[in-house]
Design a protein around this ligand. Structure first.
Ligand SMILES: NC(=O)c1ccc[n+]([C@@H]2O[C@H](COP(=O)([O-])OP(=O)(O)OC[C@H]3O[C@@H](n4cnc5c(N)ncnc54)[C@H](OP(=O)(O)O)[C@@H]3O)[C@@H](O)[C@H]2O)c1
Length: 281
């Protein structure tokens, strides 16, 4: 295992109130680090849409965790990452850890930006998160007992956001992760239907899963007045990325942390115990 950096240093966690960033902040708080939360509501705010906020947020920071919002696949994301990393290097940042999505061409371009910034870098290239089922767009359908998605039998190795955060924290605070691309996945392939059925079982619910054509899914989202940016993003993720290209497990968690990733069954059991899936919609 890599050794931990001994000196105190300052880390900016961009997206530090989000699914992975919140966990990165929590895990870092037990270490000897000064943490700055990159969020629009932080004391020193960080806003991707307001470039004047970037410089103050980067002041005296040595390392940054970059999780882009909403996704590296949206137009303008790569340019934002390019400008941010240029500014970060000028501000004295010496280490960058980028969260990227597996199988996304646009994310690859953002990875290249970070890799050529001229400072230490680590890429955490992730599978789809478990937390989409309880902290994101799949929560409401699960609570309502009806999940309709434009997916068939293509399996995905869902990963837990806690594992992603652990890999990011290792890369931010230990030596030995520089120049690594960690492709991180869970230990097991599951179709969306199988994942939903595991959730139904542990939460003692009946949840119906239906596979719908992509056009129908898009029009349902539009009727529900989901913002166009998200409709486009989900259409891209389900319509293009989920074509089987990511239907394999990878060993990034094992390589970075020397242990196995959390299984979906353990995630589902832990979340079921909170009762969140049993709240009626
Ligand atoms: N979901 C998946 O399955 C999956 C899989 C692979 C990769 N990814 C990647 O994960 C990344 C997202 O990471 P995540 O899921 O951990 O975050 P998240 O939960 O989607 O993001 C929420 C975070 O973004 C911040 N945010 C929202 N708008 C912002 C803005 N205009 N400026 C600055 N911050 C803003 C929020 O902070 P405030 O609201 O406090 O400002 C919050 O901290 C994406 O780039 C995506 O490509 C996701």
């Amino acid at each position: 295992m890599a050794s931990q950096i001994q000196r105190t240093h300052s880390i900016l966690v961009i997206g530090g109130t989000g699914k992975t960033g919140r966990r990165v902040v929590r895990q870092l708080s037990s270490l000897d680090t000064e943490i700055r939360v990159g969020s629009r509501t932080a004391g020193v705010p960080f806003d991707w849409r307001d470039r004047t906020s970037w410089k103050p947020a980067l002041r005296d920071v040595e390392s940054i965790y970059i999780s882009y919002y909403p996704d590296l696949a949206v137009p303008g994301a790569v340019e934002d990452v390019q400008e941010l990393t240029d500014l970060a290097v000028k501000s004295g940042v010496r280490r960058m850890v980028l969260l990227a999505g597996r199988g996304e061409d646009e994310a690859l371009r953002a990875e290249e930006v970070v890799q050529s910034a001229g400072v230490e870098w680590t890429i955490v290239r992730s599978a789809w998160f478990n937390q989409n089922f309880d902290e994101n767009y799949l929560l409401e359908p699960i609570q309502s007992g009806e999940v309709a998605l434009p997916v068939g039998e293509v399996p995905e190795p869902f990963i837990d956001a806690e594992d992603i955060a652990s890999v990011a924290v290792a890369a931010l605070t230990e030596d030995g992760h520089e120049g690594q691309v960690y492709e991180v996945t869970g230990p097991r392939l599951l179709t969306f239907e199988q994942a939903v059925q595991e959730i139904a079982q542990v939460s003692g619910r009946e949840i119906r899963f239906t596979s719908v054509p992509l056009e129908r899914y898009t029009s349902i989202m539009q009727q529900q007045e989901v913002p166009a940016e998200f409709v486009g993003l989900l259409t891209y993720l389900f319509g293009e990325v989920l074509d089987g290209r990511n239907a394999s497990v990878a060993d990034g968690v094992q390589r970075a942390l020397g242990r196995e990733p959390k299984d979906f069954a353990d995630y589902a059991r832990d979340v079921a115990a909170t009762g969140v899936w049993n709240i009626k919609q």
